[in-house]
Design a binder for this molecule. Sequence first.
Ligand code: NDP
Length: 453
Amino acid sequence: MNPTGDPETDERMEQVYAAVIDRNPGEPEFHQAVHEVLSSIGPVLRKHPELAEHKIIERICEPERQIIFRVPWADDAGEIQINRGYRVEYNSALGPYKGGLRFHPSVNLSIVKFLGFEQTFKNALTMMPIGGGKGGANFDPKGRSDAEIMRFCQSFMTELYRHLGEYTDVPAGDIGVGTREIGYLFGQYKRITNRYESGVLTGKGITWGGALVRPEATGYGAAFFAQEMLQARGDSLDGKTCVVSGSGNVAIYAIEKLHQLGGIAIACSDSQGYVVDETGIDLETLKEIKLDARGRIRDYVERRPSAKFVEGGCIWDVPCQVAAPCATQNELDGAAAATLVRNGVVAVVEGANMPATPDAVASFLEHKVAFGPGKAANAGGVATSALEMQQNASRDSWSFEYTEQRLAQIMAGIHEACYETAEEYGSPGNYVVGANIAGFLRVSQAMTALGLI
Ligand code: NDP
């Protein structure tokens, strides 16, 4: 934990963290996320001793509710499969629980709790009335037929529906959960409850209650945040070489907006390797491969022979000025950060949740790289989900231009809040401190106002 200069505060934070480890054994990702926030908020406790009195930190470190359930389903061969489903309803001080569902074999309670914890502060930063939650299953959608995906989603929702509601808990997509999965989940919710409750899930298809810009929002938002950080330094994205990891929802639209803002994204990846296209990633080709054909990134070089595919390897070896990790947690470690710094990176923007390890973050901060942490930089997705909820509530649908303009304003607002809070608390230019403190203050003030909950 970073020393605050006040031994009493420091000791208290160490005790809280030790208790978190003790109460949540074997959950390294959750410990990592808690440690990062606790390391930033010491100065807040010194300024607001009443938060310690109300045990706000201890309460924030404990999710309000954790649901774990069996998801049985039959595959195309008729064989019964069993997965484990999760929903962590983390904090509802600011609104209904809000956060995505992840379907990936690596999903476990530690990962869902870390994501729910992060989500709580991220949602607070958007200034929208949404609490924090996250969920998913250790289900691997890769190689599964449409019918299998549908049966899995139906079984998953058959348990989850009783915990949801537009004023209670509103999931969205995340890794492995896109519009197709949200469709199957929503269909089953509607069937069980006999209610067309559009506001119960976000990321819906545009013809049945979805909002324009929601698919693009997280990636676009991350690119807007990179632009804001550079502008704050009197710089811009114009002509900057960018590297974006992943090639899913977030990565594709981060690349699209980086290009529109003048950057040139030359590399992207999936879990099998990465492609480098020095002339700039061709978005049409990328979308055809990943969105239409659900193919692999290696297919890109078949259509663009000037590009090269590197199997395995580390995408951060590719020299760039702007790096946008948009795949998954802990994908950019200290060694990769050192390479990026050596190659002259000036901005790093986290499209994914917690993709940079603590030593990577420390390295970026030490070398004065503009570093946008995920809870600020990728908040555009959930903010646009809140806009989708607004449209559902008013039975309205907004134009692409208007919604994108709202998104850009929200990202500028988040940037400003992080920037100014970091200055106020004595860490100018440190968006990690700024995001953690601004998010924490908003949640803790609401928790205090609502009494002992
Ligand atoms: P997708 O499933 O659309 O894409 C994920 C991409 O990351 C794929 O290219 C995938 O490759 C790659 N990937 C996933 N796991 C790993 C791994 N263990 N190692 C290497 N590559 C991996 O997910 P999203 O784009 O929606 O999400 C990406 C990140 O952004 C996640 O951290 C998510 O939590 C975060 N995020 C997403 C939001 C959203 O609106 N979707 C909102 C805010 C944050 P492969 O296909 O080979 O697995």
